[in-house]
Design a protein around this ligand. Sequence first.
Ligand code: HEC
Length: 576
Amino acid sequence: MLREKSIITIALTTSACALFCLSGETAAESGKSGAVENFALLDHEGKFHELDYYLRMPTSKGIALFIQGNGCPLVQKRVPELNRLKAAYEGKGILFAMLNANMQDNRSEIAAEAKEFGIELPILKDETQLVAERLGVLRTAEAFLIDAKSKALVYRGAIDDRMNYQKEKPEAEQLYLRDAIESLITGEEVVVKSSDAPGCRVVLPEKDQSITYVDHVAPILKSRCVTCHTTGGLGPFAMSNYSKVKGWSDMIAEVLMTRQMPPWHADPEYGKFANDCGISPEEKRTLVSWINADCPKGEGDDPLEGFSPVAPEWHLGEPQKIVAVPEQTVEPEGVFDYRNVTLDNPFGEDVWLTATEIRPGNTRVVHHVIVTAVHPEADRLEKWVTGYAPGTEGSTYPEGSAVKLPKGWKLKFQLHYTASGKRETDVTELGLHYSTEPTKNEFKTKVVMNHDFKIPSGAYDFGTEKEFTIHSGATVYALNPHMHYRGKRMSFEAEFPDGRKEILPSVPNYNFNWQRTYIPETPLEFPAGTKIVVRNAWDNSSLNPHNPDPSKDVRWGDQTFDEMFFATIGYIEKAE
Ligand code: HEC
């Protein structure tokens, strides 16, 4: 993609207990299918964890989840034993994690407690309390052991019988969790499937039976989902009335519980972004609780009936100049490499682009588009003009700034298409707003690339990093992480000259399908000497559903079956 001249301008740029409680029965008999349903959560360090991902690892035998809560002595006193269990069994296919569902504990407090007590397990933060509700969590210090094969709960209860509220024995006599783990590893049936687990009470919200579609759910869908899930929209189905939404409700719960939708992947702990299209934990809870309660409709007109947000032809208004890509045909099936189309620049002089917008001709197949300007004689001299990815609505540059498009430079469109199941055509257009007057603030883009890596075949989490120092002060308006199909996560951290550190943004579950640019709500001021560290990880395993070939070691390359470490930062230099 872009080499050498890396100046780039981004455009974008407890009744649930019924499911799992083991009242003497086997877990398999107690739930719908006995399986613990998939979920994904971030841990106290902002790392992304998905249950099914771990259960599907070829070496995985099971997962032990321990309910944590800050300040609970019955949790704190179990840390050494949990760390020992982890050390003893992690190599034998048992994964250990804690789950914090306490409404009173936030992530930084949990991280502080983890540090103080030397907790070596990731602590997953269940901020909606929906996972705890599903598991029927009542108290902390309880362990849940999930079998990787059946996904069923095979043990729930205390780690052992050493602790009780009032008394503590020097040695445990019953090693419940260890015994259950040993059985799981050897493939035998777990004998003791449950035990009393003394712990601190976990307060879960009352089941709200009054949530209705008309009053509560439809308004959330309207603001968070229907922009795309509308007729002719980006989403694969339209949320156009009650029965449509009800029909999709189980899928909706699934994508919310696994953090797939809405497609906003920044960790909410770090930074505020102007283009944030995420969902709050409260809203998520409302939607999932409503689905768990069998989707009551409520009284009154259907708020989604006839509601269809019509996207304007051009989000930024009619452009002064439109450049159309000649019609492209897209085959019904297959995975396509990027298509490059180079067109003449329509201006006979230098112009200053004040806003740019790409209008995909056919959103069923246009995956992303990147437009660069290329020097007419030296195509290695290339600079970013703008980009489109699902969800972008064009780019305006900060007041008084612009991107320079030099006279004679060509416009190169890199088009990435995905098959839709039928033959499609597409005419994508680039809309330009510009001035012929030079601007004094050129909007520039710094590219942070790291070519120097080899991702081993099969690696679940292989990362690298790259840092650079800002030599003259800058105001930063946009940050964009970019990797290919194996991209797993990327974060930006600023280290200021005074030693202060700040993460801005962190994308813990990067998804190649959503090439997002993160626009800070307030532009970031970086004094000269600020160091930016970009860190990433790839997933080159067979568990990554996008991985084109997990058997290959992968290096840098332009094609999507190669990989990239490519982060961009859109900024204006500060006058000294
Ligand atoms: C920016 C556009 C956009 C927004 C906003 C959005 N979606 Fe989606 N949704 C998509 C696209 C595109 C897909 C197809 C899968 C993909 O590309 O990830 C999808 C897929 C889904 C699916 C899965 C369909 C399937 O069978 O795989 C569900 C369910 C869903 N969205 C629900 C929601 C909900 C609920 C919200 C709001 C909380 C939401 N979406 C917000 C664009 C969007």
